[in-house]
Design a binder for this molecule. Sequence first.
Ligand code: ATP
Length: 319
Amino acid sequence: MLRKIGMLTSGGDSPGMNAAIRAITRTALANGIEVVGIRDGYKGLVEGWYVPFERSSVSETIASGGTILGSARLPEFKNEDVLMKGVNRLKEYGIDALVVIGGDGTYRGADALTKHGVNCIALPGTIDNDIEGTDYTIGFDTALNTVVECVDKLRDTSNSHHRCSVVEVMGNHCGDLAIYSGISCGAEILITPETGYDEEAVLEKLRYLENQGKKHAIVIVSEKVCDVKALADKVSVATGFAGRATILGHIQRGGSPSPSDRVLASRMGAKAVELLVAGVGGHCVAIRNNEIISMPIEECVSMPRSNRKAFYRLFDRLV
Ligand code: ATP
């Protein structure tokens, strides 16, 4: 019998987490289940930073970015003694099950808790879209909108000054923000974990575009693949374009969630509670072909990265 559930956000925050918290709270309350918000991820879980949630606790939150629960990282949660402290703390507060929202590290924590007797459901909350098994993660669409808005503005100014804008976007070893924004903004060159980085090939392509009469160029680069400042300097030296680097940084994590993210988070939050009510634990929620599904966390974290070749072919065809 499920009487009380906890919920937390962990790892990097993403827009739409609040919409998920709202959906979890209201779906649980509608099922006669008490809800407890746990502050600051697994750290708060272990420390006992628990706040009872009512229907009104999530009023006026659907449009706000970030997470009203706060987030934190607690690397020690991998250790058995710290994990058990968390399990015992949950028991002490009468919490039977948990919904966590975060990235793959958060997923592993939820799997470990389930194996120690606390049923957990994990929701994909990250702007990077780097969780396998789901077409989209909560926050990706909003971050993509932010990137596109920024790159469109850079294009206006680089057009007027014969510039090449080298723009670094987030992604945490996943090229999705780069490829989706590259297609959306009509970028000229993409550098992602999938494409790899060949400096000479990039410069050669820019010289070719210049000879074709291009007045400006946009190069979109996934973080952690190359140094965008060094590349922009090289562009100024080795091509006719003036290279300018822009690192979009944490601006990509902020802002009001897009309607798509609000709907996705609401559907996933409701599904999480339905799964717990059905006695399921150790699963993560995903969207595939517009259907909300779930699968074992173990299966999800060991899935190979899905192929994005069709996106890259499309990008190349449109330059
Ligand atoms: P992001 O994608 O934004 O980095 P994330 O959820 O992957 O999000 P992590 O810092 O990797 O972020 O993980 C969040 C927290 O999950 C960690 O601080 C830790 O408390 C817990 N965690 C990570 N890996 C494990 C694990 N193997 N076992 C138990 N807990 C874990």
